[in-house]
Design a protein around this ligand. Structure first.
Ligand SMILES: Nc1nc2c(ncn2[C@@H]2O[C@H](COP(=O)(O)OP(=O)(O)OP(=O)(O)O)[C@@H](O)[C@H]2O)c(=O)[nH]1
Ligand SMILES: [Mg+2]
Length: 457
């Protein structure tokens, strides 16, 4: 063994002759020490890496259960930008935004357990299923159910409150129709704009029916009042008949500014068309800049022709042209708009008289109807308007508009009583169908809050 070692050493000395001197030995030993040190360092580093790797694996698992920190792993950042780009697709269909988000999660490598841990999160998802469509359906239902008379009732609620509310209580306990009660009734009727003469007539009829000596019930008073009021209005409830021997039937629409003339014309066109008549409109309001466009809009809505000229043109000339065109085409009804004017502006009232004279050249009976449009909210002043317009152009019918607003419908009694003019229509809204022929009984029922025909169409 020793011999063998000696041989190895000898062999080494042959290979490395520099070991024979002292310096060479030291260098050799230094090299061996360095080699050993680097070996040890390599082992230490390797061990540290394995320790770190083991420590990092459970941490990553824990993080994956928390969706708020996906950025830690190198993969999640890729899906996230996808989710942000989704809104671009949302412009097409919002449901597509939801779809791309779902694939992002399954793309994760390990989480067989992740879905289990996220299971509690879907819990907030249930609020999404109650789709809004279910809510919207009942919202739309009630709106169209309001009947036209129901809306008149609503419109007249202010007047009704003053006129009829608490009226029954005045006669509770079998009271007689004495002076005090008659005075109370008179005040209520006057406050509702019924007017002095019409009020007297109504109260005279009431005392005649019920007498002043016998006790009366609230129901009897209400019924008698309704009868008297209806009796006063009934002669004025004359529907407009547009059949004529020579076509067209010409309606000249007049009234003060903003009464609802143009809107009423739009509604009338719809009404006549739906009863099978051909209709033409004349833009006789050449005064207001937007008036022609407004009428043309109604014409387009009803699909009826509109004869018009520029703003400032002669109103009589426009209406003349329209009636001439209507005659040539065999149109059933021509409805002429006019500029709003105050009944006190006599020069403008004369302009209406001129229109009438010009039309008579085409047809001595034209216009067949001079329809005065009165704003239902005007109150007693409506009587003055009606008188002035009647004097200037001979009104043949009245349309009362805006009874769906805060109108005091009592002025209808004044118009009926004082002028005896036919009340053709009542307007109860801005819509194309919000015009109804006037029915005295229904109107009084609405005014007194009686059931009547219940207002259902
Ligand atoms: N609520 C309600 N509004 C109405 C009714 N009739 C007309 N209106 C509205 O009243 C306003 C005036 O109506 P117009 O038809 O322009 O009145 P006009 O008499 O032609 O007005 P001028 O041409 O300026 O004299 C508009 O906003 C209409 O929508 C109605 O019956 N009810
Ligand atoms: Mg107008």
């Amino acid at each position: 063994m020793m011999i063998q070692v000696r041989e190895w050493l000898a062999q080494i000395l042959v290979w490395m002759p520099w070991l024979r001197d002292e310096q060479g030995v030291l260098l050799g030993l230094g090299a061996v020490v360095l080699a050993l040190l680097s070996l040890v360092a390599a082992l230490v580093l390797r061990r540290r890496r394995t320790v770190r790797r083991r420590a990092s694996q459970p941490a990553a698992l824990e993080r994956e259960t928390e969706p708020s920190e996906p950025a830690v792993s190198p993969e999640p950042p890729a899906p996230e930008p996808k989710a942000e780009s989704a809104p671009e697709a949302a412009t097409v269909a919002p449901s597509e935004v939801v779809a791309p988000v779902a694939p992002v999660e399954p793309a994760r490598p390990k989480p067989a357990q992740a879905p289990v841990e996220q299971a509690p999160e879907p819990a907030p998802a249930p609020p999404a299923p109650p789709a809004p469509t279910v809510v919207e359906v009942p919202v739309e239902q009630p709106a169209p159910r309001v009947s036209w008379l129901g809306r008149v009732r609503a419109g007249l609620s202010k007047t009704r409150a003053g006129l009829a509310d608490g009226l029954g209580a005045l006669f509770l306990g079998g009271k007689r129709l004495d002076d005090a009660l008659l005075e109370e009734l008179e005040t209520r009727l006057l406050m509702a704009d019924v007017g002095l003469d019409a009020t007297r007539r109504i109260l005279d009829g009431l005392t005649e029916r019920l007498g002043r000596k016998e006790p009366v019930t609230p129901e009897a008073v209400m019924a008698a009042l309704a009868d008297d009021m209806t009796a006063l209005l009934a002669p004025s409830a004359q529907p407009l008949d547009v059949t004529t021997a020579t076509k067209p039937f010409v309606i000249l629409v007049v009234g003060i500014n903003g009464a609802g003339k143009t809107t009423t014309i739009g509604k009338l066109a719809h009404r006549f068309k739906s009863t099978g008549h051909s209709v033409m409109l004349a833009a006789g309001d050449t005064f207001r800049a937007a008036a022609v466009e407004q009428l043309q809009t109604w014409g387009a809505r009803n699909d009826v022709p509109v004869v018009a000229q520029h703003t400032g043109a002669d109103s009589a000339s426009v209406i003349y042209d329209a009636v001439a065109a209507g005659q040539a085409r065999g149109v059933d009804v021509v409805i002429a708009d006019t500029a709003g004017r105050l009944h006190t502006q006599s020069n403008l009232m004369q302009e209406l008289a001129k229109i009438k004279r010009v039309l008579a050249k085409l047809d001595p009976d034209a216009p067949h109807e001079v329809l005065l449009v009165v704003d239902g909210g005007t109150g007693q002043n409506a009587l003055n308007q009606a008188q002035q317009f009647h004097q200037a152009v001979g009104v043949t019918g009245v349309a009362i508009t805006k009874l769906d607003g805060t109108a005091k419908g009592g002025m209808l009694f004044a118009i009926a009583e004082k002028l005896g003019l036919p009340i053709r229509f009542i307007g109860i809204g801005e819509g194309i169908e919000d015009l109804q022929p006037f029915a005295a009984g229904d109107f009084v029922d609405a005014l007194l809050g009686r059931n009547g025909s219940d207002g259902q169409d």
